[in-house]
Ligand binder design. Structure first.
Ligand code: ZN
Ligand code: ZN
Length: 230
């Protein structure tokens, strides 16, 4: 006789937390995420089904495998993972656990997931991020993105936080900051752009315009037409 845990039938799907790197498809039309450890090779969309990372022909999660989406119950436990050097540029995801799941002491392993909110930390320079910019690495077909402030975006491929949310779709919210910034983000209109998002979009556009004007100015000084010195 096999000993089985009781099956849970929650009235509402459970909520969990995890960290991941935002990714942008090669053609720039889709946004998603890629995990930081197991499963990092398989980028996923906002609403996604897990498949076995080992390519085994069973439904994920399988009891005798460690496949499936993973998350923890406790937000602080997920945030703690962002402290390590290799995860500094990752973002915190709040997810809804859908489909079959296996419960652990610290979290869930499960079949289907909806990412509800992505919380983006500061730029590597320490300034609050307004954009997700090319992080100089990726997966086949996907470039990884990292939080960036207006000053550090320069000419890199980038999206405003709201722009990334639009591409990723499915009602994803992308908010900047940690801790203190969250309550104000919660006041933003659920649909469309609130004032903080518009201010961030404007700051990003201005920074990119400044950068392009600087580049144009340099071309004017040193370019083919500007090299005449008599
Ligand atoms: Zn498996
Ligand atoms: Zn910066």
């Amino acid at each position: 006789m096999r000993l089985r845990l009781p099956e849970e039938r929650p009235t509402e799907p459970p909520t969990g937390y995890k960290i991941a790197h935002p990714v942008l498809s090669q053609d720039g039309t889709r946004g998603g995420f890629t995990g930081v450890s197991l499963g990092g090779a398989l980028p996923y969309g906002v609403l996604a089904d897990a498949s076995c990372v080992y390519g085994l022909r069973h439904k994920a999660p399988h009891r005798r495998c460690d496949c499936g989406f993973h998350c923890v119950h406790d937000r602080a436990a997920a945030e703690a993972l962002l402290c390590t050097a290799e995860h500094r540029a990752a973002v915190l995801l709040e997810v809804t656990v859908l489909g079959r799941y296996l419960r652990f002491e610290r979290g869930f392993r499960y079949a289907r997931q909806r990412v509800r909110t992505a919380t983006v930390g500061p730029c590597a320079c320490g300034t609050a991020a307004v954009a997700l910019a090319d992080a100089d690495w990726g997966r086949p077909g996907w470039r990884a993105l990292a939080p960036s402030c207006p000053g550090c975006v320069r000419g890199r491929t980038s999206l405003s936080l709201a722009g990334f949310a639009r591409l990723a779709g499915e009602g994803l919210r992308v908010v900047a900051g940690s801790g203190d910034a969250l309550p104000s983000a919660g006041l933003a209109a659920p649909e469309g752009l609130g004032v903080p998002e518009l201010v961030a979009e404007a700051a990003l556009l201005q920074a990119r315009l400044d950068w392009f004007q600087t580049q144009l100015g340099r071309l004017g000084e040193h370019g083919p037409g500007g090299g005449r010195q008599g």
